[in-house]
Design a binder for this molecule. Sequence first.
Ligand code: ZN
Length: 348
Amino acid sequence: MPLPNLQRVRTWVLRTAVAAVVVVTVGSAALVWLWRDRPSLADIDWPPYPPAESVPGAVAVTWFGVTTLLFDDGETQLLIDGFFSRPSLADVLLRRPVDSDATTINFVLDHYRMRRLAAIIPVHSHYDHAMDVGAIANRTSASILGSETTANIARGAGVPEDQIVVVEDGSEYRFGRFTVTMLRSSHAPIGWGGSVPYAGTIDAPLEMPSPVSAWREGGSYTIVVAHPSGTTVVQGSAGLGSKALRDVRADVVMLGIGLIEGLGRRYAEQYWHSVVTTTAAKHVFVLHFDDFTRPFGEIAPYPRVLENVVDVAAWLQEFRDTWDRDTRLHLPVFGKRVVLYPLAPAAT
Ligand SMILES: [Zn+2]
């Protein structure tokens, strides 16, 4: 009897379709909810960095999200990382080709007066650190320091070869009164099975637009930014700090904590030791806790499902209370200029 069979098939198809719609709807709603469920930075009650008068020659720093930092002593400016363009979540998930956003970059360079930029130094070559280094160098004539992979990002953007410096591990580079030392370290093992996401190198000039996956890690650095008035260590990714930090005494540490919660408390404590305890820094700014798919200028912590920055902050306080009682923890404020070392260096 063909008719009842056909009826049964129709009913089955209808039920399956309804079930599929329900699963997709509920699943999408759950994903949206998980993405929007975020901790509040207001629950971290660390004090602001001690305010200081900006005397001539004092070194100030300004944070622009993730680990992009502008150092400025009034004569010379250094930019750690170059990431202003902020591809959207859809760009990242769909792997759409992305390009530097000229409008945002022009605005930032003008608004924050980056007219004395001597060097752009990404901590490694993932897009959330190095995407815009070429576009910035082309507008400022600053040098770009980094790995061969970073150099190929610069070349792809058409940066002249004499502005590109492939660094050697442990070498020092002078810019005005700043001395920058690049120490090879490691990226946080935050990929599947302890791997590094988008690992590997870029071996030819990187043409843009390209999907974000085209920016490969290319080697990570602990960057020591020394100045006659003080020293800051920048650790962008939460890979263990370079062993060479044993010979460095720092006033300030810029500590990247991106996705460190998933690596566990033990790992985080080891990380703290390798960068903070080792250098005896008295002030620690925590960085790389913000969702970098948000537009430039918007600071929102990662969704709880990726990392709860409030829990990580509690860990760091425990490490500080156990090992480094005199150290102060701080959260940076987007775009706010902070005088790090108020004393002007003696004229040389
Ligand atoms: Zn990275």
